[in-house]
Write a protein that binds this ligand. Structure first.
Ligand SMILES: [Zn+2]
Length: 355
């Protein structure tokens, strides 16, 4: 009798606990990877934005928007961010793969916009390789890039003019809102930035001196942003055009985002595309093979050389005419990669877990 009296409220408690634990009530961690620009290299083509990848993390209740990390800032990045309702003042950190304008030129407008409306802070972390001297003698410097990012606007008098209109703005101009987080020559992946349960690792990889690739690790999944990385050996014969450093960084990752060149641009096909520029990129087929070896379930091709349907890459004609999405998919499939290949277009995005 006493047992019965005891069991009745216990059952009620269990039922109540189960109702609180129903799946709809649990906020689930989620990761969203959005390509903010997919133009390959410096040319312009039909409004494509320059290279960039937005990585957002959070939970299903907030729409995965607790953290916003931007990797590379090609031209037009601020417009693309506005299309996915990400205010530049809300970016937690910007990561740069290398000091080439197609990956950096949008940072000036992004920082000027942040200066206009977020001068009270916080500063944004700019994560970048430390200064690296080229064998030719010049130095590739993200630090200098950040330091001088507002120079033309200061020198033109605009910053002073706008400060008169609104003295709440930072007197130094946009450069004063950047906190440079520079890392040394990383031969192995190392954590270079973190927030809560999210870490970002970097490794230096080949393309130009100071090039780096990144991996974001979150409880919802992981993503590698390879940038323009290529093989240490910059001419054939070689095992692959892809980067051994990116491969190491990618082991067991969920998503690889990587700049891609189609094999049709190779020197054998008479496009006139400069062989050294071809050989310092990774081909779609070799990226498929790398993704397979790394066990990555998704391969997002970006920074496409050539752009989809373009008849030329800058001044160079595409042998056989413009390429379609399936031309890129077929090039990857040749590798035997069985994961999901996503041929990048501006603002295409991937969510983990899938909805
Ligand atoms: Zn590039």
């Amino acid at each position: 009798m006493s047992n019965r009296i005891y069991l009745a409220p216990l059952a009620t408690l269990i039922a109540a606990a189960l109702s609180f634990a129903s799946p709809a009530a649990i906020a689930e961690p989620c990761l969203v990877v959005t390509l903010t620009g997919t133009q390959g290299g410096p040319p312009v083509f039909q409004g494509l934005a320059g290279a960039g990848t937005l990585v957002q993390y959070g939970d299903s209740e907030t729409g995965c928007t607790d953290l916003a990390l931007q990797f590379d800032v090609g031209r037009g990045t601020t417009q693309r961010l506005s299309q996915v309702n990400v205010q530049v003042g809300k970016l937690d950190a910007v990561f740069i793969t290398h000091m080439h304008s197609d990956h950096t030129e949008g940072l000036t407008e992004l920082m000027q916009l942040r200066w206009h409306f977020n001068s009270q802070g916080p500063k944004v972390d700019l994560v970048v390789s430390d200064d690296k001297q080229s064998p030719a003698g010049h130095t590739l410097s993200g630090r200098s890039f950040a330091k001088h990012i507002g120079d033309a606007l200061v020198e033109s008098g605009e910053i002073a003019q706008r400060l008169l209109e609104n003295p709440q703005r930072l007197a130094e101009g946009p450069t004063g809102l950047i906190n440079v987080v520079a890392f040394g020559d990383l031969k192995e992946p190392e954590v270079v930035w973190s927030s809560g349960d999210v870490t970002v690792q970097a490794i230096n990889s080949r393309h130009i001196p100071g090039h780096a690739s990144y991996r974001v690790n979150t409880p919802a999944g992981s993503v590698v942003i390879g940038g323009d990385a290529g093989n240490d050996k910059n001419v054939p014969p070689r095992d692959s055009s892809t980067s051994a450093q990116v491969e190491e960084l990618s082991m067991g990752v969920d998503i690889i985002v990587h700049s891609t060149i189609h094999p049709v641009m190779g020197p054998d096909n008479d496009s006139g595309f400069p062989p050294p520029v071809y050989f310092r990129q990774s081909t779609a087929t070799d990226l498929g093979a790398m993704a397979k070896r790394a066990g990555a379930s998704h391969l997002m091709l970006t920074h496409l050389i050539p752009s989809l349907n373009a008849k030329r890459q800058g001044p160079f004609p595409i042998p056989g005419g413009g390429l379609s999405e399936s031309d890129y998919e077929d090039a990857v499939a040749e590798s035997g990669y069985e994961g999901k290949t996503i041929v990048g277009t501006d603002l295409i995005s991937l969510r983990l877990p899938a909805e």
